[in-house]
Design a protein around this ligand. Sequence first.
Ligand SMILES: Cc1ncc(COP(=O)(O)O)c(C=O)c1O
Length: 386
Amino acid sequence: MNEINLSSRSLALQASEIRIIAEEAMNLQSVIPLYFGESAWQTDPLAVGAAIDALQHGDHFYQPNNGRKSLREAISRYLSKLHSQPIDADRITVTASGTQALAITAQAIVDPGDNVLCIQPGWPNIPCAFEIAGAKVQYQHLGIKDDRWNLDIDRFTNSITPQIKAVLINSPSNPTGWVMPSCDQEVLLEKCRKTGTWLVFDEVYSRLYQKGKAAPSPLDFALPDDRVISINSFSKAWSMTGWRLGWVAAPKATYPTLGKLTEFNIACAPGFVQAAGENMINAGEKAISDLKHKLEQSYTEVETNMKTIEKIGFIQPDGAFYLFFSIDGIENSLEFARRLLRETGVGLAPGSAFGEAGSGYFRLCYANPVTLLSEALSRLDGFLQS
Ligand SMILES: Cc1ncc(COP(=O)(O)O)c(C=O)c1O
């Protein structure tokens, strides 16, 4: 029999613990699925109509590697307005999702053996994209200060040396909802300028920020040729997870490389999906405010219920759409999430899916109708009491 000699990098990847719960849940009846990071509400008809229209008008063909010009220009106008400084269209590459944006970013900036620095608890796919490209990932943990998730910025920046090729930040964060303050971002960028380190900012939840129109971003103050790469996606703010569309905003000099990497990975994002995204960027602000309004109601429901359940501890998130909570006395979150699923049908993501620092925690996606959340929390309460 032939030896199945797969690459050591692919074999070293850990299967996602979120998927372990999800796969089991998909075989069960009447599950309340709160484990995935997507909203229960469908995409706005503005996107659906634009895609149908594009398909009916023959938008069936390959697209430019970096994305179609009209969408790159729309994203450029959108970002320039949001961040009050010009972000030119030749800095934008359209990708087939935020996940793919991370993959080509990693392939563009790291060589095998390069070190990158990342934060935990955090969405594991970010470091995985860099590991696949051959990087070695080091982690620092968020702490808790004044009842808020907190990064010790001095300790963090002190560990950035010229040997750190890239720093990977996700703000607002999945799963904690932590948002890196602008002053810390400035300190971080200043340090990265000195060490020649790339600053990769995953901003897919940028618009799902409780305290303003968009979360603080390095795009608010970074210079066009700073080594700053901002990753974004249509998945979250525009409820388009299934469409697979995102973008990278990066220094202009990276444009040909990101184009080549897109070519060799997927050639291009589909044209009719780009047409849908363009309509949402140009006319979809109401869809975002409607979603934020629903999220506020859902969060209030979750917070009110959680406060009445003994043993539960959580920190109010500043962004994204997750509640990351702990349960007194529970350390093995995968094992507890499995039992909870089998016995009550409530599906949560185990905190250990987000790294060692997430052990003992659970992530609940509250981008769901209030009635569903209330039912899930009453089942959780009953389970904890039994
Ligand atoms: C932090 C973060 N970045 C990127 C993504 C990827 O989003 P998508 O690939 O759907 O665009 C996700 C999805 O959960 C996420 O949580």
